[in-house]
Design a protein around this ligand. Sequence first.
Ligand SMILES: Cc1ncc(COP(=O)(O)O)c(C=O)c1O
Length: 202
Amino acid sequence: MGRDCCALEDGKVLPIIDLAYQGLGAGMEEDAYGLRRVLGAVPEALVAYSCDKNFGLYRDRVGAFYIVAKNADELNVALSNGAALARANWSMPPDHGGAAVRLVLRDSKLTADWQDELDTMRARMREVRDLLAAAGQIGSLNLAPLGAQNGMFAMLALSKEQILQLREEHGIYMAGSGRINIAGLHGGNIDKFIAALGAVAG
Ligand SMILES: Cc1ncc(COP(=O)(O)O)c(C=O)c1O
């Protein structure tokens, strides 16, 4: 393991890793690189995994919580604490979304179909990013960096006033932080979106 993992190898920190977009960045394996690298270097870790985006099951709250422990005794302690926290927070989660994921992952044909669809979605988001990046500098707003970034969300450097103006004058909604969902854009609305950005930031 390279020196960049030394701080973790000392065992003085407990890595808590949140993986919520696997397959929507650079690819299933590629997106797990950092996680695998850290898990290869540490004796203990916690991993929160979400299937909400990569399975398109956002409102079904599907995911997993993994505990990496030094030995079986410590794992049992961590598990019983995890179970108590789960009981206090949500008690019994619904199984419908989880059951759909189970069905897909236990069938090699369905798994291959799902991975194809994920690849298609990732490629589509790449196209959207390239179209946004091609618009370049729009007044005070530079969209070019979006082309070099990955994933489902992007931050636009817009002021609160500009975000409000987009909403009220152009019917375009985004988080108050300027965060947009790349997957919400497509060939049918991206020109309108870029024109609206020109109207508020140009
Ligand atoms: C980085 C990150 N982690 C976790 C979550 C939440 O995952 P879940 O939808 O499974 O609660 C989100 C967003 O929805 C996220 O952006």
